[in-house]
Every structure is written in structure tokens, then in C-alpha cells.
Design a protein around this ligand. Structure first.
Ligand code: MIC
Ligand code: SF4
Length: 644
């Protein structure tokens, strides 16, 4: 008899190319689908081009434009044109600006239960809401997957989140994931897959499941997944993809590494307070807080159901005169359905500002809040400065909580103030696929268009044998990639221009950083726990390499960022003793003599104090070989020449 397996194990087993599915050991899995978005996509496709492949080898690859859509200069438009030409040439489906947010569109149009997906965006696990095993990754890993290279991960621990009961009318899926963030924090999911099961699952729609899976990224989880059941079948039928349905769940008696139970009826409206998604309190605890802005949308909460809930709360009433309400529906299909059934008129009548179906304010692309203002957002991240206003205070909440705040100009507790059920009968989503462009039937005739903002990839040499340099920056715990390389309307357009964007490295923390690094010709970064959490932007690793940094030493690293450091030939080293982190000071001189990659440790000496620091190399043999080669692209090239 076959051993009982949980759902994540089943999908991993089916896609396993190499390795043993033992917790912590390296496995390689085949990838069925990939997605990219424009902010990470340009670099991903520049790297894909350099691999010299004629056509993507996946079942499906989609290139979305949703982040850089402000077009305040030629840069975004040039990037869009480049991405469109690459998609057409290499067999990739293209989704242009205004079509919608990548994760919302992917679940509406392409996600398939039981298949694997990697995307150059940390919220790719959103597709776990439909029973797909989906991972966020750096652009280079996505480029490699498009070239047919299996995806490498450490076999995660599988955590069972057992749902019972049903949400009350004042609570939402968003409150479930905020509750998990309250319990486990931003690194609580590190090295884990969250697999949902239990009788409560069937009470949640696919978009609600997607909201929960989406913000598993904030837990630091490798991914999250829901079973594929009757609710999934209905969603696939409604979105014209009946044939992709298969019933999937854990075998009876399947084991898990951990188990958590959630009684849905006990979930209360929750809010993440500034400046981290795990600073979670009950909405009731901050009732009365004056609210300057409310933003509704993002890949977390922009489904048709989310929008209809909001329109049901606004319901012909005007928003508070001191509060601005901004709404970005997740896709053109959602927007068209809202328009057809009169919900859009209701939103507009209430005073809402309807903006393009894109990431928009979530990534600081417009709608920055007023100075030191309070912004309630249905988004997933509230790191300092991400909104575009450095001293703004961003709170993360459900569409219900956000809409009530917009009406009243202050924080309300939905448990007390929402008297009726807003989850009405849903109209059918008017699915419109016309803005997806199929790749060219004559790829050899397609010319790649490169505007002046698209600069060639930097080339790096082999990793040095010994290192000597200064500590350029000493950082606390939980530094996000938004801290390392901010986004926003000024910096995002430079994502295809590494020399230009590198000037903004650590800009929000230390404006002098880039200049100092250039002057010292590199050096070291020292950090605390969970370094590199958040976005998958590989630029946050690449710019450091470009500025000459070779080693980042931290108490621990976030998964995607660790992989990105390796991919660009930087050495992520972990403090063996916590007190050594205390001992190192900024501007001290460090020396690492003769790095032995065969060993799992290296020693660094602080020149000023002669103290020795032990650093662990928690890396696989493959990781070490990639770093030694100067990054994954060099590694692949050398491998194809037979020199590795
Ligand atoms: C984000 O939410 O931070 C982003 C912008 O979507 C990033 C990707 C990027 O930086 O381009 C992500 O989540 O990976
Ligand atoms: Fe876009 Fe925000 Fe989602 Fe990132 S988190 S993909 S910026 S909507």
C-alpha cells in the first residue's frame, strides 16, 4: 500500500526531478507554468535571452505588465514594448498595461490545480488558492525555468492549517491571514508550506482562498495551498476552464510536520499596524483612529467579490469628506462586471477615485498619502516609505474594514458597526481575454525592441579567494527588499538599468550608501534575522554585487533573497554565534583569508580588535559552485562548456 501523502507532497512528488523529499534537503522540481511582471520581468528576460533558447519550454509562460504603469517618462513605455516583443518571439503570452494585476489575472485565466508555477514576484503563491503549487522566485530562476531548468528548493516542512466553522458576516479571509501573522510573525513561515484543509475550507470561495495564500508570503512561507474541490470546480467552470479541474486533497491519514487549527467563527476583524504586516491587533483596539486615505485593491483583495462587498457597504452613501478613497479593481474583467451590474456607479457615487487595474499605490506608484497621514489599505505590505510618503502610517485590513473607515473617516470595528451581510450573491465574472496577446506564429521575424533605458546585463568575474574591506552598513532584524532597494514611481522605472538604479541602494536607510560603497570599492553588509524579507526583486542582490559587495553576513536570510544572492554570486554567511553580530561595528575593517568552499564555515577577522568571527555557510554544494563561478549565468555557461 502506498503511504498516505498530504497535498503538497503529492504535487511535489509528481514533479520531482531530483533529490529526496526529506525536510531540509535540496530537491529539484519540474515547472509547468511561469509568470513575470514588468518590474522584475525586464531583467528576467534579459537573462533569458542570454541563455540562447529559441522558445520557452514550459506548458505556459505569461508576461504581465502591472507594476510600472504610470509612464511619467519614456522608461516604462519602452520596457513594455521590449517585454511585448520578447513575449511574441519566445512563445510567451503577453498581458498589457491595464489588463490587471498579475496574480488576480493568473487565477482568473490560467492557474491549474495540481500543476507547478514559479513567478518573479513574491506573491505568486496566490495561485495556491486554486490548488496550484506556486512559488515566488528571483527573475533568473524564472528565466531558467522558462529554459526548462528544474526549480531548486529545500524540501519544506508542511504545516496543516485545519479550518473549522464559518466566518461571521463582519470578518473576511484577510482577517484569517492577519490572525496567522499575529500568531507566527513575518518569519514564522520560513522553510514551510502552509496546507489548508478541514471542513471550513468549503465555506471559502476561490478568491477568498487566494487572499489567504497570497499573504502567506508575508509569513515568509515557501508557499501555501488549498485543496481543489467542488468550490474550485465551480470557479473553473465560471471562468471557462472546466477541463482543468481535478479533485485534489491530502490522503486520509496523511501526516504533517505541524498542525494549527482555526475556528473561522472566532476570527475577528484584524489590522496590521505600521510598519510591518505582523504588527497585528484587533480592529476594535484602534477604533476612532482618524483616517486620511483608504486604498482598496492589490493582488490580495481586488477580486469581484471584494469590490462588491465594498460597494455594498458604501451603498449610495458618501465617503467622509476628510478621507480619500482609491479603488483599483484587480482586472478588466472585474471592472467590466462591476460596470455591467451597476456596482461601479455605486462606487463612483460614493466619491471613490477609480484607478487603473494595476498594482498602483501598493508599490508606491501614485496615491502617496498626505504627510504623516494614516492610510488604511487592503494590501499586503506596510513597510516604512513603501507608500511613497516616508512618514505615512499604513495599516493593512480587509475590504470590509477599509470601506467602513472610508465612510466614517475613522477606524471602525466591523464587529460592532456592520449590521448586515455584505457577501451577496455574486454575478458571473464577465471574463474578457481579448487583451492577452498570443505569441507570434513567425517568431524568427520578430525583432526585439530595446529602448535607451534598457542597459546590458553587468558581467561578473569569479568569486575572490580572499576578501578585505569595511563594514559598509550594520542593519537590524527584518530588513526587507523595500529597504535594500526601494520601489516607487521614481526608482521603479530604472529596473532595466542597473548602473542607474544601484545609486538608490539602501536609499531609505542611508542616502550615502551607494557613494560609500563605490568609494571603498565594495565591502561587507552586516544584518540581523530574516534579511531580505518581502519582495522577490533580484535587483536587491544585483545592485550590491554591482557596487562591489561580495559578502552579506546575517543572523538569517529570507528564502527568495538568499537564492537571489547566490544567483548573483554574493556569499550569504550566517553568524554562528549571535554575540558576534553585537561585536561588529560599522566602518570596521574585516579580513577573510582563503575562503574554503569545501568547508561549511569561514572565519572573518576584525582588524581593529583582532577578534575572529565564525560564519556558517548554510549552502548546498550547488549554491557554493554557483557563487564560486560568479553567479548562476556564469555557472550555466561554464557547465554547458563542460568546465564545472
Ligand atoms: C512587491 O509587492 O514588493 C512587488 C513589487 O510586487 C515585488 C516585486 C518587485 O519588486 O518587482 C514582489 O513582491 O516580489
Ligand atoms: Fe503588485 Fe502589490 Fe501585489 Fe506586489 S503586492 S504584485 S506590488 S499588488
Amino acid at each position: 500500500m502506498k503511504p498516505a501523502m498530504n497535498l503538497a507532497q503529492k504535487i511535489l512528488k509528481k514533479h520531482l526531478v531530483k533529490g529526496e523529499m526529506l525536510c531540509g534537503s535540496e530537491i529539484q522540481i519540474g515547472i509547468d507554468q511561469t509568470l513575470t511582471q514588468d518590474a522584475t520581468g525586464t531583467l528576467a528576460y534579459l537573462q533569458f535571452e542570454s541563455l540562447g533558447i529559441d522558445k520557452v519550454k514550459t506548458k505556459l509562460s505569461v508576461s504581465y505588465i502591472d507594476h510600472n504603469t504610470l509612464q511619467t517618462g519614456f522608461e516604462n513605455a519602452d520596457d513594455h514594448k521590449y517585454l511585448r516583443s520578447v513575449a511574441s518571439k519566445y512563445g510567451i503570452v503577453f498581458s498589457g498595461a491595464g489588463n490587471g494585476v498579475c496574480h488576480q489575472l493568473h487565477i482568473e485565466n490560467f492557474a491549474v490545480p495540481g500543476e507547478t508555477l514559479i513567478g518573479s514576484d513574491s506573491h505568486t503563491p496566490t495561485a495556491g488558492g486554486i490548488g496550484m503549487l506556486a512559488f515566488g522566485a528571483g527573475g533568473l530562476d524564472v528565466a531558467c525555468a522558462m529554459a526548462g531548468v528544474p526549480f531548486t528548493i529545500e524540501m519544506p516542512r508542511i504545516v496543516n492549517v485545519y479550518l473549522v466553522g464559518r466566518l461571521k458576516h463582519y470578518s473576511s479571509a484577510k482577517d484569517v491571514i492577519l490572525e496567522l501573522l499575529r500568531r507566527f510573525g513575518v518569519k514564522g513561515g520560513s522553510g514551510k508550506i502552509f496546507e489548508y484543509s478541514g471542513p471550513g475550507v468549503k465555506t471559502l470561495s476561490v478568491p477568498e482562498r487566494a487572499t489567504i495564500a497570497n499573504m502567506g508570503a508575508e509569513l515568509g512561507a515557501t508557499t501555501s495551498i488549498f485543496p481543489s474541490d467542488g468550490v474550485t470546480r465551480k470557479f473553473l467552470e465560471e471562468t471557462g476552464r472546466k477541463k482543468y479541474f481535478s479533485e485534489l486533497s491530502a490522503d486520509d491519514g496523511a501526516g504533517y510536520d505541524e498542525k494549527i487549527e482555526i475556528e473561522l467563527s472566532e476570527i475577528e476583524p484584524m489590522v496590521a499596524l505600521p510598519h510591518t504586516p505582523d504588527n497585528v491587533k484587533k480592529a476594535a483596539e484602534i477604533v476612532g483612529l482618524k483616517v486620511d486615505q483608504v486604498c482598496i485593491g492589490s493582488c490580495t483583495n481586488s477580486s469581484l467579490a471584494d469590490m462588491i462587498v465594498v460597494s455594498g457597504i458604501l451603498n449610495d452613501k458618501k465617503i467622509h469628506p476628510d478621507t480619500s478613497l482609491v479603488i483599483a479593481p484587480g482586472s478588466r474583467s472585474v471592472l467590466m462586471t462591476l460596470a455591467k451590474h451597476g456596482y461601479l456607479t455605486q462606487l463612483i457615487k460614493s466619491g471613490a477615485r477609480i484607478i487603473e487595474c494595476a498594482c498602483g499605490p501598493c508599490i508606491g506608484m501614485g496615491q502617496a498619502p498626505v504627510s504623516s497621514g494614516v492610510s488604511i489599505r487592503t494590501f499586503n505590505r506596510n513597510f516604512e516609505g513603501r507608500s511613497g510618503t516616508m512618514d505615512a502610517k499604513v495599516y493593512l485590513a480587509s475590504p470590509i474594514t477599509a470601506a467602513l473607515a472610508a465612510l466614517n473617516g475613522k477606524m471602525m470595528d466591523p464587529k460592532k458597526s456592520l449590521k448586515f451581510h455584505v457577501r451577496r450573491k455574486m454575478p458571473k465574472l464577465m471574463l474578457d481575454k481579448k487583451m492577452f496577446l498570443a505569441p507570434s506564429a513567425k517568431p524568427s521575424e520578430v525583432k526585439i525592441v530595446r529602448g535607451p533605458n534598457i542597459k546590458p546585463l553587468p558581467v561578473f568575474g569569479k568569486f575572490p579567494c580572499s576578501l578585505s574591506g569595511t563594514v559598509l552598513l550594520k542593519l537590524p532584524d527584518n530588513i526587507s527588499t523595500d529597504h535594500i532597494l526601494p520601489a516607487g514611481s521614481k526608482i521603479l522605472p530604472l529596473r532595466s538599468n542597473i548602473p542607474a538604479i544601484s545609486e538608490f541602494t539602501f536609499n531609505a536607510i542611508d542616502k550615502e550608501f551607494a557613494r560609500r560603497a563605490q568609494k571603498s570599492k565594495g565591502g561587507f553588509i552586516v544584518a540581523g534575522e530574516n534579511y531580505g524579507q518581502g519582495s522577490s526583486r533580484e535587483h536587491a542582490a544585483l545592485v550590491l554585487k554591482y557596487l562591489g559587495v561580495s559578502v552579506v553576513m546575517a543572523k538569517s536570510f529570507a528564502r527568495i533573497h538568499l537564492a537571489n544572492l547566490v544567483n548573483f554570486g554574493l556569499l550569504p554567511a550566517v553568524f554562528s554565534n549571535a554575540y558576534d553580530y553585537q561585536n561588529i561595528k560599522r566602518a570596521q575593517h574585516l579580513i577573510i583569508d582563503k575562503i574554503n568552499f569545501a568547508s561549511d564555515n569561514i572565519l572573518a577577522k576584525i582588524y581593529e580588535t583582532s577578534q575572529t568571527i565564525k560564519l556558517a555557510l548554510k549552502l548546498t554544494t550547488r549554491d557554493k559552485a554557483i557563487i564560486q563561478s560568479g553567479g548562476l549565468l556564469n555557472f550555466i555557461r561554464q557547465k554547458s562548456k563542460g568546465s564545472v
